[in-house]
Ligand binder design. Structure first.
Ligand code: OGA
Ligand code: NI
Length: 338
């Protein structure tokens, strides 16, 4: 019987038609170069804070993404998170299908591709999507198999949240804003997680794990396994592969930070490609403004006479728009311009 998810343990010999991109939209993997200058920012204690903030500002302005090391999340925690993700995807498909849903409004679900009911072509990915804040509210609905899942993932979520909020303070300062400006605008932020599984793909040139997209939230903290590079970022019109760096998280600016920064910081296009031999896991943690947060260019950034590029909108409005579209359409923020 045909399965809705890809993580069945059975290897495909060819890519089914519904996953094949039309010729002009294919990844052209031979044209991708490895990103040699990806900023790796050391958040260790002995760093000069002013300099650190300068580096973060440069990375946000020039790349829209960077990696962090010595970030305070223990290496063991990161390993455990990837291990339990791996165990989850190795469960029998019948067990996993108990959690399956293609309804994007569900707060806990296993799904596949991106938005199976809306999209024209599917993506070579399964994902487990969880809400993670407040933890007490959401952990009861999380998978109880593997048995250690809830405990490991809760601890991981707490640590990652702290890191994310600390980064938002530094990003705020790097824009010349008060340390708490961004956190205040976003209110009590939600936290979501996507545990992504990309099975080996017999024809990686024909499809994507995730096609080019920007993240609709505030800030994304991505943990990728070290087996194989899959994440690529668009820089000056070229796709660059981000080689996993041991112990690092990849941080990317989401659409909401681009809006607050009045376009100074870029929510960059990124995508995940798949690999013929190797499976790949990644764990994306998203910090999301609260639903009624009113988002728009920060006042102090437009007081020098630069016009606000974006309208004010609520995060709820934005999120609804995002999920009503295909992933690889124009930048969703374009729809909120003045
Ligand atoms: C995402 C994402 C990239 C990856 O989940 O939004 O961009 O490498 N993931 O899995
Ligand atoms: Ni993304």
């Amino acid at each position: 019987m045909e399965s809705k998810v890809l993580s069945t343990g059975i290897r495909y010999l060819t890519v089914p038609q519904s996953y094949i991109r039309p010729e002009p939209e294919r990844p052209r993997l031979s044209q991708v170069s490895e990103c040699k200058h990806v900023p790796i920012i050391d958040l260790g204690k002995d760093i000069n804070r002013a300099q650190l903030i300068q580096h973060i500002g440069d990375a946000c302005r020039l790349y829209g993404f960077f990696q962090v090391i010595n970030h305070g999340v223990a290496a063991e925690m990161m390993e455990k998170m990837l291990e339990v993700a791996d165990e989850f995807y190795k469960l029998p498909v019948e067990e996993k299908m108990k959690l399956y849903s293609d309804d994007p409004t569900k707060t806990m679900r296993l799904s596949t591709s991106f938005n199976v009911n809306k999209e024209k072509v599917h993506n070579w990915r399964d994902y487990l999507r969880l809400h993670c804040y407040p933890l007490d509210q959401y952990t009861p609905e999380w998978p109880s198999n593997p048995p250690s899942f809830k405990e490991i993932v809760s601890s991981y979520c707490k640590e990652v949240r702290e890191l994310g909020l600390r980064l938002q303070e530094m990003i705020s300062e790097s824009l010349g804003l008060e340390k708490d400006h961004i956190k205040n605008v976003f209110g009590e932020q939600g936290q979501h997680m996507a545990v992504n599984y990309y099975p080996p793909c017999p024809q990686p040139e024909l499809t994507y794990g995730l096609p080019g997209h920007t993240d609709p939230n505030a800030l994304t903290i991505l943990l990728q396994d070290l087996r194989v590079a899959g994440l690529q970022v668009l820089k000056d019109g070229t796709w660059l592969a981000i080689k996993p760096h041991p112990g690092a998280f990849v941080i990317n600016i989401g659409d909401q930070l681009q809006a607050v920064s009045n376009g100074k910081y870029k929510s960059v296009w990124h995508r995940a490609v798949v690999n013929a031999e190797s499976e790949r896991l990644s764990v994306a943690s998203f910090l999301c403004p609260c639903n009624d947060a009113v988002i728009g260019p920060a006042k102090p950034l437009t007081e020098d006479g630069s016009a606000p590029i974006y309208k004010n909108f609520t995060y709820a409005e934005y999120y609804k728009k995002f999920w009503s579209r295909d992933l690889d359409q124009e930048h969703c923020l374009e729809l909120f311009k003045n």
